[in-house]
Write a protein that binds this ligand. Sequence first.
Ligand code: F6R
Ligand code: ZN
Length: 190
Amino acid sequence: MEKTEFLTPFGIEFNLAQGAMLDYEERVVRRASDLRTYYRDDDALEQLIAEGNDPLLYEVFEKDIPESYGHLRVVVSKLQPGKVGDEFFMTKGHYHTVSGTAEVYLCLRGAGYMLMKTMDGHSHEERMVPERLIYVPPHWAHRTVNTGDEPLISLCVYPGEAGHNYGDIKEQGFPQRVVEKDGSAVIEHS
Ligand code: F6R
Ligand code: ZN
């Protein structure tokens, strides 16, 4: 058995009604310019960057938990509402570097989808609504999409050693895109 890093037990404070982790220690910010090449409509993204002063699209609130074997990382992911062209705001999406590691997402606020895919061509989507937990099994890349008009907020828990492989998704994308058509959210498959 691998040796795990020693840590003194602790609690984490939440305001579940707001979907907020109150005593987070790190905050990762992703702005529109961080998502270049991810959306179908590059011009619409550039317009958003120019006219919206490179708006914040999503944040991840984190506790200082070791990114190593045996630990569980506990974070809150908060994705703003909006669209790039007709495509709803989404996270970059990633495989875990240790791809045989799972993750759970408990949706706290908002509405949207979890898009998932595997390296060998499977794809799957799950609806995200408050009080619904999505189990992302090992080997499934995952991306969240906000189809509502308020932030989509989830509590995520994943193994400390998982790591994030963004490169494969940046190159290949997902086979699903969530777009607005005639006023409703539609998942397009390629
Ligand atoms: C961690 C995880 C989430 C995401 C967050 C931002 O493994 O899946 O905490 O990191 O929703 O999305 P990405 O990391 O794809 O930019
Ligand atoms: Zn993940």
